[in-house]
Design a protein. Structure first.
Length: 387
């Protein structure tokens, strides 16, 4: 196990009626909040009205900032920063999925600096402070509601980059699983894929020794994510199933899951960012379409940990690690099919001519944050295998 500093300063309030504590928790964070949300869903479900009522009852002043898109845009974040400055907000409330929370993090950090917030994502600037953030997740998958990362798409340059910093942790997360019951089957499945990849990538890319606890923790996250997703698709309104899925997806990309693993890599996510940035495809769909090709391209490198992961998560068997790792790829492929997810880039409408720009996008990310063994040539080989 590598040496590490464990830092997770998020207060998590989890369970039914957790939203009842929203007014009290917000009152500790600021006097006027920017209420950030997505395009339609929280108004369709009535959650928007519930939150407005809570804010009024608690006497909390607020400014609404709705319309955040999936794969959130830099231009939208710029407007959010202006809204903070114009209305003198001193805290942020983010209600929605990972895109909403990521946008809120970028607004919170960007509103306190004079430079463009995009400079965080290109590695030219770092965060020293941010507005306090309270997150209310309505979709299970990204884990952004309790972690310190954010992903943003620069819509002028068509670049989708990620950035993480300890200052970006939300102060409070109010997680009521019942708020995720209205999520569609498709979105539930895509959230499952995202969370599953969050548990799989560090598991396969770490080289730290003596990490039995972390491996078992990540295996358990993956097993629970899969089981809970299947149950949610059968009983979408089940609080217990939604709770299991929300909590396991939060844990999959929490600091606990990677403590002691040393340097890990998310090369699958790096490749997918180009897919969703250039083709406006849901993040989970892009990951699903890339997953088999990415694993097959790394079979030799990932053979031993992948065979163990498959044995523990899917119960695969085989005479050798090579046989078990190949069986694991097949098991994941069948899982994606059973969830109704794409398993090839061609199923998303991509053709060979689309692969070059995606490689160039990956190369732009790698210039900021390098990943050993991944370059433009290797990226192209993986994408061709996934096509």
């Amino acid at each position: 196990m590598e040496s590490f500093v464990y830092h997770h300063p998020v207060k998590i309030i989890f369970g039914l009626r957790a939203l009842d504590q929203l007014g009290r928790e917000l009152s500790f964070l600021g006097s006027r909040v920017l209420f950030v949300y997505g395009q339609r869903s929280i108004k369709q479900t009535g959650l928007h009205d519930r939150i407005i009522k809570i804010l009024h009852q608690a006497g909390i002043a607020y400014t609404e900032f709705g319309g955040v898109q999936p794969n959130p845009l830099l231009s939208s974040v710029h407007r959010g920063i202006m809204a903070v400055r114009d209305t003198h907000c001193d805290a942020i409330l983010a209600v929605g999925g990972g895109s909403v929370v990521d946008a809120a993090k970028a607004i919170g950090a960007g509103s306190l600096v004079e430079h463009d917030v995009w400079r965080f994502f290109t590695g030219k600037k770092s965060v020293s402070k941010t507005l306090p953030l309270l997150s209310v997740p309505t979709v299970a998958g990204s884990g952004s509601e309790i972690n310190h990362g954010m992903v943003l798409t620069n819509d002028e340059q068509t670049l989708k980059f990620g950035f993480a910093h300890r200052c970006l942790y939300p102060r409070v997360c109010i997680a009521d699983p019942s708020l995720t019951c209205s999520v569609s089957a498709e979105q539930t499945a895509y959230g499952c894929v995202d969370a599953l990849c969050h548990s799989l990538e560090p598991y396969l890319t770490t080289h730290a020794p003596a990490i039995d606890f972390q491996r078992r923790f990540l295996e358990n996250c993956a097993k629970t994510i899969i089981e809970a997703t299947r149950s949610c698709l059968t009983e979408p309104s089940s609080h217990s199933h939604r709770a299991a899925l929300l909590w396991s997806s939060m844990m999959a990309l929490s600091p606990l899951s990677t403590a002691g693993l040393g340097r890990i890599h998310h090369s699958l996510h790096v490749l997918e960012h180009g897919v969703s940035a250039l083709h406006n495809i849901p993040h989970g769909a892009g990951l699903a379409a890339l997953l088999s090709g990415w694993l097959t391209s790394h079979l030799e490198e990932f053979c031993t940990p992948l065979s163990r992961w498959g044995e523990e998560v899917f119960g695969v068997t085989g005479a050798t690690d090579t046989a078990k790792s190949q069986a694991t790829v097949e098991a994941l492929h069948h899982l994606l099919l059973s969830l109704g997810c794409p398993t090839r880039l061609s199923e998303l409408g991509l053709a060979e001519g689309d692969l070059g720009p995606i490689c160039a996008h990956a190369a732009a990310q790698l210039r900021v944050r390098g990943i050993p063994g991944l370059d433009e040539r290797r990226s192209l080989a993986i994408l061709k295998r996934a096509l």
